[in-house]
Ligand binder design. Structure first.
Ligand code: AMP
Ligand code: ZN
Length: 137
């Protein structure tokens, strides 16, 4: 546990939270400033600042938790859809540097999240970039 990290303390149960799910590795809580009521964040109990630091075991376990929580949030809120969102780095909008996965209930036409621009690749550019990414794997 990182003593300076509020999400470590929440995940450990030292700071109380509106917990909706807990197992040995994760705690899911209601976000304190919800995009919609029922907005939940899933916190690993083991500190990792972001996805790049997350160990492989936690990475493998987190999506099944997101699936379970998303289904429960959808049933409990009656939302039409759910965004699973996870920010890494200030450039990506991360404000708390303990990895967390957002489960955000969505309602038709709510318009609460920006739609990203629809870019395009020049001829051959996608193939070159795909190759560059493949090389880093
Ligand atoms: P992010 O921008 O992805 O780093 O998201 C951080 C999220 O954590 C925001 O949606 C905050 O509202 C939420 N948050 C911050 N502090 C708390 C807290 N003490 N309890 C619950 N949610 C929190
Ligand atoms: Zn932490």
């Amino acid at each position: 546990m990182n003593d300076d990290c509020i999400f470590c303390k929440i995940a450990a149960g030292i700071i109380p939270s509106a917990t909706v799910y807990e197992d040995d590795d994760f705690r899911a809580i209601l976000d304190i400033a919800p995009a919609h009521k029922g907005h939940t964040i899933i916190l690993p109990k083991k500190h990792a600042a972001n996805l790049f630091e997350l160990d492989a075991d936690s990475a493998a376990k987190v999506f099944p938790v997101a699936k379970k929580v998303a289904a429960a949030v959808k049933k409990a809120t009656g939302c039409d859809g759910v965004n699973i969102l996870q920010n890494n780095g200030t450039a990506a909008g991360q404000t708390v540097f303990h990895l967390h996965v957002h489960v955000i209930p969505r309602f038709e036409g709510d318009g609460i999240l920006p739609v990203w621009p629809q870019g395009a690749y020049a001829d051959g550019e996608a193939a070159t970039l795909a190759e560059a990414i493949r090389k880093e794997l």
